[in-house]
Design a protein around this ligand. Structure first.
Ligand code: B12
Length: 194
């Protein structure tokens, strides 16, 4: 599947996104990671542009229920019917809030996961019917390393991936990667593809 991964508008944490990107990629999915602090309208805009098979929203700063609701409403308000799931440390109570969870589902979220629910996310992915990932299939995939949206890692078709401020090493399919320098803001690691 082509998965659009995003942090929420107020959430500047990045390692949750790095973790999820690696987790999803290791399951065989193609991930476009928008990074942290993604405004709702930008998310809706990128979603319309790229046409992912699934949107995964991650938040750990405690504002996830509120921000996630805004993100889901923005997506559904834009007419998007793409499956959307959200998870992480969504509130500040340290445990899931069934009422807030219900609000997210009512707004159009397809699943709400708790902290530590990676296993449930994996099971969910197996239940989503979607075409297998195709090379370069997300419209506008930034294979020339340009046109990268807020905080996202860049991809380069020629083997030189650029990572970003979180200090994540780049992975290069062709054996050469560059770990720092050209990333935008607090984006997460990029990778190079041969
Ligand atoms: C590092 C850190 C920071 C760094 C972030 C740096 C960076 N570049 O990411 C800095 C210092 C910037 C920071 C700031 C803040 N932080 Co902070 N931070 C942490 C810390 C110590 C580690 C987070 C981390 O990197 N974890 C590693 C990653 C891999 O794991 P993870 O984030 O836990 O994500 C896992 C799960 O949540 C889950 N998951 C996440 N998303 C999703 C999505 C789905 C679909 C699924 C299935 C699972 C899932 O999977 C991940 C892997 O297991 C945590 C405490 C902790 N020990 O967790 C606090 C913590 C997240 N921060 C917290 C807070 C409150 C803040 C601030 C509000 C503090 C402040 N008053 O300024 C700000 C918020 C800034 C903002 N605008 O968002 C709280 C959140 C409280 C809550 N949710 O109940 C925490 C939990 C600390 C605490 N115990 O109070 N923080």
């Amino acid at each position: 599947m082509n998965i659009l991964l995003t942090g929420t508008a107020s959430d500047s944490h990045t390692w949750n996104l790095v973790y999820l990107q690696l987790f999803l990629e290791e399951l065989g999915h193609r991930v476009h990671n928008l990074g942290p602090c993604v405004p709702e309208d930008l998310l809706a805009c990128v979603c319309a542009d790229r046409g992912p098979d699934l949107v995964v929203v991650s938040s750990v700063n405690g504002h996830g229920y509120r921000d996630g609701l805004g993100a889901v409403r923005a997506l559904r308000g834009s007419g998007s019917t793409v499956p959307v799931v959200i998870g992480g440390k969504l509130g500040v109570a340290g445990e899931a809030d069934p009422r807030q969870r219900a609000r997210l589902l009512d707004a159009g979220a397809d699943a709400v996961f708790d902290d530590g629910d990676a296993g449930r996310l994996r099971a969910y992915l197996g239940s989503v019917a979607a075409p297998p990932a195709r090379a370069g299939s997300m419209a506008g995939d930034a294979r020339a390393g340009a046109g990268v949206m807020a905080g996202a890692g860049a991809r380069a078709g020629a083997g030189a991936g650029v990572g970003a401020g979180a200090g994540v090493g780049a992975r290069a399919g062709a054996g050469a990667g560059v770990g720092a320098g050209a990333g935008v803001g607090a984006g997460v690691g990029g990778r190079a593809v041969a």
